[in-house]
Design a protein around this ligand. Structure first.
Ligand SMILES: Nc1ncnc2c1ncn2[C@@H]1O[C@H](COP(=O)(O)OP(=O)(O)OP(=O)(O)O)[C@@H](O)[C@H]1O
Ligand SMILES: [Mg+2]
Length: 224
């Protein structure tokens, strides 16, 4: 089983968008997939609730839910036996104990970043948190950064590239700014489940991401 967390303490950078599309890509590949929503706002679970029943199944786990009487936290976070891919959607503002809880058992962390100076400044602090508080290196967790909502022909993320290079962190891919993600989200779909010719470019951008995420695992087929 592989566990991939989509994390950044900064709000609105695309965590839920990326987590839901990633879960749908895994599910369409045939992996038994679970989506853990640590956000009390429950956006990932809302996405699942509007997802058509004919779509590749994704098991929902309300990870933000308080544990009940006689129920341990570990029990509440259980995924079905045989689950092959777990995708974790995290809320904004995670740090400290919650960050460590979310990181438990995770092998890969994807960090979406918007290409703006404020977001780049915020993510550099968050990456320090992951390294120092989250002890990701000691746990052998892979970190990868995804620039999200990138507008064509702009390169405001040069500072981010420089910063990542100093930490020897990979910059995985960029995802462009497009309403395709908004439309997919509204329908409980991942970007790979849209057949419109307009998503061709987005699927190509995802191919790099899926390859990196599934390194050391059977190669993903892309449903282009
Ligand atoms: N590549 C994109 N192109 C266009 N819109 C996008 C893209 N990625 C995300 N969005 C939109 O940006 C908004 C924020 O995205 P999302 O909810 O995924 O962020 P988040 O990091 O999960 O936010 P929060 O911190 O509140 O949980 C949403 O309206 C989403 O549809
Ligand atoms: Mg979210």
């Amino acid at each position: 089983m592989r566990r991939i967390a989509v994390l950044n303490s900064k709000g609105g950078c695309g965590k839920t968008t990326i987590a839901t599309s990633l879960a749908s890509a895994f599910a369409n590949h045939g992996y038994a997939t679970a989506l853990l929503d640590f956000d009390p706002q429950g956006s990932a679970l809302r996405w699942l609730s509007v997802r058509g029943e004919n779509r590749a199944p994704i098991h929902a786990v309300a990870a933000h839910r308080r544990t009940g009487f006689n129920e341990t936290r570990a029990f509440a976070l259980r995924v079905p036996a045989g689950t092959e891919r777990v995708v974790i959607d995290a809320p904004a503002g995670v740090n400290g104990a919650q960050l460590r809880e979310i990181l438990r058992g995770v092998d890969t962390v994807l960090i979406p970043v918007l290409p703006s100076p404020i977001d780049i400044h915020a993510v550099s602090r968050f990456i320090q948190d992951l390294l120092l508080e989250g002890k990701v290196r000691q746990q052998g967790i892979r970190l990868g950064v995804v620039a999200n909502r990138v507008k064509e022909n702009t390169r405001v993320y040069q500072a981010l590239e420089k910063f990542l290079a100093t930490l020897q962190l990979p910059f995985i891919t960029q995802l462009r700014d497009t309403q395709n993600y908004v439309h997919a989200s509204e329908r409980g779909m991942g970007i790979h489940e849209m057949w419109d010719s307009r998503v061709g470019k987005d699927k190509a951008q995802w191919a790099t991401l899926l390859d990196w995420v599934d390194t050391d695992a059977p190669a993903l087929q892309h449903h282009a």
